[in-house]
Write a protein of this length. Structure first.
Length: 537
């Protein structure tokens, strides 16, 4: 359905400001978008059928270039300590200038849903300059049935023009790259970046702002469900295993990145997955690997063999943040509805590069809130320029860049849901053991999966636990199928004094980071803070 050379209706033009377009291609499906992307030299074809595109200078999100319009809707509701403000006048100028930039262009439009729950979903119209961006967002959001497109009236609009360059002086932004969010009129403007992930995270940011007012908890998490309706939610930052660990062939995948938890249970915000592909292999992650070998998947910044066009997932020369974007039905055991009952288990994932945390720990509700508000993981040497040793990263709610409201609002909502549904909470370390990064080794994924399975099927509740001296949470002493030594991190270090020094360092970082939340939480959560205690030999 290509509307070449046709302007938008006056109603649509009034909403998005786009006029005098050279053409508008509406709701094209994958085959047509492939033709356009290849014909316009936006992308190339890989062996197996995936579409491969490069994002240029921006190989990841640009959080410092994201702005929210400061107006009566947002003044007292947005967490401004974490968000940069743009005035309504600056946004209006940016909107007008982007619309002028688009005149004469042929754009692509997709009408999609954000949210699988019909009560809480939002209708989103996404305009893109690139055909491959249109395929990306079509893969990632929820595709309406044809009958739902006839009278589709968008409740949110995204305009994504990578060739547009913002003017910091005129538009109130930082650089020529801008992601500007108007929560009142529900418009997002993206310019100066070809990184497609900005679009999907803009929808997440909008839902993070809107849903808490309806007592729906927006979550940066993956989720799956067992045959008995035992839903599990996996919180975690990028690289901690959200996608990998939720893609369990014995359980139904609900989604890999963004969900809501409301009165009727958990629901996916998306209709696709956006998985990291660096070091991806058929042996370790067969379900995800298989998606990279089929028509319809978009590969971002993945290096291809120049002759065979076979992807080289071990090559991080363009970026360590190589990705694949595919519809969720490419995973054979994915939920067709994107919905599931209330969770029985919550897993908070961290990749501790200091080698201090155990592979799994059971959390009290207060400890769960402490670690949710902390949102700890670690960067390792070599993943970013200038990172030469492990660096702690604290991203509150396991997704600070997307949290539009104050973390305490999300934390209190999550706490009430955990109490209402008697959810078991676990902290899982997918990072290092036997030493810090560079000395120790990555936690064996087989051990992680065995421990997770025991947590989810309930058998982990029946084993003996010890209390961790520094963090106070309960750690299993012995679990069938898992080397008992790995359950006690200190015992895996050859130099016990070095472990104690690392533990003391990590505890201090937790305490220092949490200081900003102390006035927003009660005594039970404050008492859940770690405190270093030298081990008794």
């Amino acid at each position: 359905m290509a509307d070449q050379g046709v302007e938008l209706s006056s109603k649509d033009a009034g909403m998005c400001g786009l006029k005098e377009l050279g053409g508008l291609y509406r709701n094209l499906t994958a085959p047509a978008l492939y033709e356009h992307a290849l014909g316009r030299n936006e992308a190339v074809l890989a062996e197996g059928g995936a579409l491969v595109a490069d994002t240029g200078v921006h190989t990841g999100r640009s959080p410092k270039d994201k702005f929210i319009v400061l107006d009566d809707t947002t003044r007292d509701t947005v967490w401004w300590d974490n968000s940069s403000a743009m005035s309504p006048e600056q946004f209006a100028a940016l909107h007008a200038d982007m619309a002028a930039h688009a005149r004469g262009m042929s754009l692509y439009a997709q009408d999609l849903f954000g949210g699988a729950d019909p009560v809480h979903r939002i209708k989103v119209r996404v305009f893109t300059e690139y055909a491959w961006h249109s395929l990306f967002i079509r893969n990632l959001l929820i595709r309406p049935e044809p009958s739902e497109l006839a009278d589709f009236a968008p409740e949110m609009t995204i305009i994504d023009l990578p060739s547009f360059r913002a003017d910091p002086a005129r538009h109130g932004c930082r650089t020529e790259t801008v992601i500007a969010c108007d929560f009142t009129n529900r418009i997002v403007l993206i310019g100066g970046t070809s990184y497609a992930g900005e679009m999907k995270k803009s929808v997440f940011s909008m839902l993070n702002f809107l849903l808490p007012a309806s007592r729906v908890m927006p979550m940066h998490c993956s989720a799956n469900v067992g045959d008995e309706g035992d839903t599990a939610v996996f919180f975690g930052l990028s690289g901690t295993g959200k996608t990998t660990l939720s893609a369990d062939p014995s359980r139904t995948l609900i989604g890999d990145d963004e969900h809501g938890w409301g009165p009727d249970g958990v629901f996916n915000f998306e209709g696709g997955c956006y998985a990291k592909t660096i070091k991806l292999s058929a042996e370790a992650e067969p379900e995800i690997y298989a998606t990279t070998q089929r028509f319809g998947t978009v590969l971002e910044n993945v290096v291809l063999d120049p002759q065979t066009r076979v992807p080289d997932f071990d090559d991080g020369s363009k970026t360590e943040n190589t990705r694949c974007a595919y519809p969720i039905h490419f995973i054979s055991n994915a939920s067709p509805t994107g919905r599931a009952p209330h969770p029985k288990n919550i897993i908070m994932l961290t990749a501790d590069a200091f080698g201090v945390l155990p592979p799994i720990a059971r959390l009290t509700p207060a400890q769960a809130m402490y670690h949710f508000l902390s949102g700890y993981t670690a960067k390792v040497a070599g993943t970013e320029k200038g990172v030469t040793e492990p660096q702690a990263t604290f991203s509150t709610c396991f997704g600070a860049p997307f949290m539009s409201r104050h973390p305490s609002e999300y934390g209190n909502l999550l706490r009430s849901l955990i109490a209402a549904h008697q959810v078991d909470c676990w902290l899982v370390n997918t990072g290092w053991t036997g030493g810090a990064y560079g000395t120790g080794h990555r936690m064996p994924i087989r051990a992680t999966r065995t421990l997770l399975t025991a947590a989810l099927d309930g058998s982990l509740r029946d084993v003996a636990f010890r209390t961790d001296a520094n963090f106070g949470f309960a750690v299993p002493v012995e679990v069938p199928g898992v080397d008992a030594a790995i359950l006690d991190p200190r015992s895996t270090w050859a130099d016990k004094d070095a472990y104690d020094a690392q533990a003391a360092k990590l505890v201090d970082m937790f305490v220092s980071n949490f200081a900003k939340f102390e006035s927003h939480v009660d005594g039970a959560i404050l008492a859940a803070a770690p405190s270093f205690r030298a081990a008794a030999e």
